[in-house]
Design a protein around this ligand. Structure first.
Ligand SMILES: Cc1ncc(COP(=O)(O)O)c(C=O)c1O
Length: 350
């Protein structure tokens, strides 16, 4: 009997919420990070991978030896490699030069075949070149299977039924907004569907970087892997898909990552820094006191030690001074993070 469904059933567990207070320009707000880095391969894409592999298997059973190919900035690749290895299939990852070198090494060490695309797509990234490569591979190898994370609704669906409910259950009544970094838009779309049905009072907020076309905007330089895209998300088309978009500057997001690491001793990935930067921007612009903001912290920072957290990398990108200046300015403006107990436990020790 096929082991695919039992493997998928066991693949996911709840991820924790880390409760913080953020101070900025004399204001404070309660903030919680949904730490998706605690997933089995270390990112929010563990969930998407379960949905995508289930959909492939339901369409036509996956048998041992099947090759599955997908374009990935890295995290979905790590998640698919792990899942597919458990069911004796092979994963062929089409990545690009922006994928952190550590991620590439991890993919290979975990048994994936890796193809690196080095042709920029003219839209600030490599996505369109990666997709062209995937289509060429499929044309040459008719037996290959392609989940197509960019258009397959199985990805949003798994976030509607797992990530969304976990957030509303753990955050409770004080939840006010959920900030989600966007690339394919699958994570935000699924969480927003859950909120629309069960907590219509809570705002799903799309977080993107400048230079990305994932939600809106014009193409330009993008430094942070995992967030942004060279074309609009297929999942975020309806008026109900999200409440607001906050577009952040990637250098400022890197500065926020470094400040979080200093204050909490916790390194997060760049897209998490973007989500937190968006909360800070809203804190500045919105004088009304708000409830709890949850940020989807899509992955941890270990993979980015040689890039987002490295001064040498920042110099090589020509952003060392800009990053240091952004960090110094945010500090001068009073940006500071402290850990706190969740609301319902705050008075437990009195
Ligand atoms: C680190 C990170 N953050 C955010 C996202 C965005 O997720 P989605 O593609 O569901 O929009 C991804 C997707 O790869 C990611 O790897």
């Amino acid at each position: 009997m096929s082991c695919v469904m039992p493997v998928l059933k066991r693949a996911l567990d709840r991820t924790p919420l880390l409760h913080l207070t953020v101070a900025y320009r004399g204001r404070t707000r309660r903030l919680a990070l949904k730490l998706e880095g605690h997933g089995p391969s270390g990112s929010v894409k563990d969930r998407s991978a379960v949905g995508l592999v289930r959909a492939l298997h339901e369409e036509r059973p996956l048998t041992p030896g099947t090759v599955v190919v997908e374009s990935t900035s890295g995290n979905l690749g790590l998640a698919l490699t792990r899942l597919l290895r458990a069911v004796d299939c092979t994963f062929l990852a089409v990545i690009d030069l922006k994928t952190p070198p550590v991620t590439r090494r991890m993919l290979e060490a975990d048994g994936a075949r890796v193809l690196v695309v080095d042709e920029p797509d003219g839209q600030g990234g490599y996505l369109l070149s990666r997709l062209r490569t995937v289509r060429e591979l499929l044309a040459r190898n008719p037996g290959y299977r392609w989940p197509n994370q960019y258009e397959n609704w199985a990805a949003p669906e798994v976030h509607r039924t797992t990530t969304g409910p976990e957030i509303t259950q753990e955050a409770g009544a004080e939840l006010d907004a959920v900030y989600v970094p966007v690339s394919t838009g699958g994570t935000l779309s699924g969480i927003a569907s859950h909120l629309r049905e069960y907590r219509p009072d809570v705002a799903p907020v799309a977080v993107d970087v400048r230079g990305s076309l994932a939600v809106a905007g014009t193409a330009g330089r993008r430094l942070i892997p995992g967030i942004g895209a060279s074309r609009p998300s297929a999942f975020l088309k309806g008026a109900d898909s999200y409440d607001r978009l906050v577009q952040v500057d990637d250098v400022e997001a890197i500065a926020v990552c470094r400040i979080l690491a200093e204050d909490l001793g916790l390194a997060l990935g760049g897209s998490s820094g973007c989500a937190v930067r968006a909360v800070v921007a809203d804190l500045e612009n919105d004088p009304a006191p708000r409830g709890l903001a949850v940020c989807v912290a899509a992955d941890g920072g270990a993979k980015y030690r040689d890039t987002l957290y490295s001064d040498d990398w920042a110099s090589a990108q020509g952003i060392a001074e800009e990053t240091a200046a952004a960090k110094a300015r945010l500090r001068r403006e009073g940006l500071f993070f402290t850990r706190r107990e969740p609301h319902h436990l705050e008075h437990r020790h009195l």
